[in-house]
Design a protein around this ligand. Sequence first.
Ligand code: MLT
Ligand code: MN
Ligand code: ZN
Length: 299
Amino acid sequence: MRIKVLGAAAGGGFPQWNCGCPNCRDVRSGALSARPLTQECVAVSADGERWFLLNASPEIRSQIESFAALHPRGPRDSPIAAILLTNGDLDHCLGLLSLRESHPLVIYATDRVRRGFAEGNVLYRTLQRFPGQVTWRALEPGKEADLGGLAVEALPAPGKPPIHLEGSGASDPGDNIGLLIHDRRTGRRLAYFSAAAAITSAMRTAFDGADCVFFDGTFWASDELIVLGLGDKRAEQMAHLPVGGEGGSLRGLAGIRAPKKIYIHINNTNPLLRPRSPEREQVEAGGWEIAYDGMELNL
Ligand code: MLT
Ligand code: MN
Ligand code: ZN
């Protein structure tokens, strides 16, 4: 399985347009030897010919341009066979509206995420310009969907509905999922959980059986935004388990057997973005890598 990280940042990207936090300030000035990051999106393929995008970020156009394997091979063509959504957050879905140039799209999502995006959304009409412009395929926990060469299964992950749908009903296990992607030929397994408020035992089992895990690296600390004066919510209130601290994912996942472990969906405030920070050293000592735009893996 080929895996290409097209975007490794959380919503807002790095630097974020309205952010003057130390990380954003220093990456702009060049004081921080780190590269900017676009918002989370990963491409996977079994054969290097047909590609699947995990989430559709607002920066999808430049992300597709950044990777030649995703370029058209004819006058109207795309090697993108389908897009898989892990939740309805705008940093995962807005890019769909940018793919409106009259190209048939196949989108895999839970029923809950599909409805949250497509129902009552007048902008969605731009993807209904001709019959069959979008084919939705349901991701149902416990049911493997055949992607041809690859198979995918959704595993509910503790999370929440997107901010614009908060308060419009009870939360649902279909609000937020991880993707278990299995290469049928090689047997290799990828577990992709870019947003998770907690670690369930089913997630732990999946991580033990995976060759590679991507996990929510949004915040290092629970009070990261509060301490920086940038917000009043703790990480957990935003449904992101922090990486550091007693209850953080670095400790929580210390025992998992997956040989490759990568944090993704990194918020621009996160000290993990600073190359020699003590936080980054701690994470690397635990066997984790930090995703970056352009990162490539052959699983
Ligand atoms: C999140 O990851 O919590 C969301 O992307 C936040 C947002 O939609 O702004
Ligand atoms: Mn996000
Ligand atoms: Zn910032």
